[in-house]
Design a protein around this ligand. Structure first.
Ligand code: ACK
Length: 217
């Protein structure tokens, strides 16, 4: 019945404390503001607009999507494969409600999403489900490669896309070793991976406290 369906959450994950959410949002806004003034970005503007020469205001282009978090397991109230097993895992139960420190090591932008890459520690990987990379068809990437925080989505784009965009960039990174280095920015080095895919590797990773918990919605 509906009550049983409600007993599993929409997803498990690390939830950023509200005070640091603002800081992360500000950093991401600053990055977007700077990115859309760069000549290199303007050169590839048609990735975003479908037309050359049209302007794009990236701050308007992306819409924020709820509270900032890093999804570990998408459960879909129990309908997703492996949801029940994950919820019953002893490590998951043990760490439920515990505080962690997440390391955000890069920001990325595509015509669909803007997000932050999360570099998980060995301990944090214990809470990472077995298969989210494979589910997305990325079999050769290390576990945890999909870990991210969705910072915004373009119109009509669902947040599940952010992790897929990150995997795509990481696959390109792995295959071609590197994209096209663009420039050193205050926050770190900017690389272009074609088709509107931009990655800013942060010089100093952003460390942020986060609580491992779940979201029912
Ligand atoms: O930004 P996200 O990681 O992408 O956080 C949201 C959260 O669950 C609630 O929608 C993520 N999400 C949605 N569908 C899936 C899915 N099929 N696989 C993995 N994560 C998903 C979404």
């Amino acid at each position: 019945g509906p009550l049983e369906e409600m007993s599993l959450p929409l997803f498990f994950g690390w939830f950023l404390l509200s005070s640091v959410q603002d800081k992360v949002r500000c950093t991401s806004m600053d990055f977007l503001k700077t990115l859309d003034t760069l000549e290199a970005f303007k050169k590839h503007l048609n990735d975003f607009t479908g037309k050359a020469e049209k302007e794009v205001d990236l701050e308007q282009y992306f819409q924020a999507k709820g509270t900032l978090h890093c999804t570990t397991k998408f459960c879909d109230y129990g309908k997703a494969p492996g949801a029940k097993e994950y919820a019953q895992n002893t490590t998951v139960k043990e760490f439920y409600g515990s505080a962690f420190e997440l390391s955000l090591s890069a920001l990325f932008v595509t015509p669909r999403t803007v997000g932050a890459r999360v570099s998980l520690t060995e301990e944090q990987l214990l809470l990472w489900p077995a298969d989210p990379e494979e589910e997305a068809g990325s079999t050769s990437l290390p576990r945890g490669s999909r870990a991210h925080i969705t910072l915004g989505c373009a119109e009509h784009v669902e947040p599940v896309q952010t992790g897929l965009d990150l995997l795509e960039i990481e696959t390109l990174q792995q295959e071609r070793q590197q994209g096209e280095p663009i420039e050193e920015m205050e926050l770190g080095s900017l690389t272009y991976y074609g088709e509107g895919r931009w990655l800013l590797t942060l010089r100093e990773p952003i460390c942020t406290p986060a609580c491992f918990s779940s979201f029912y919605g």
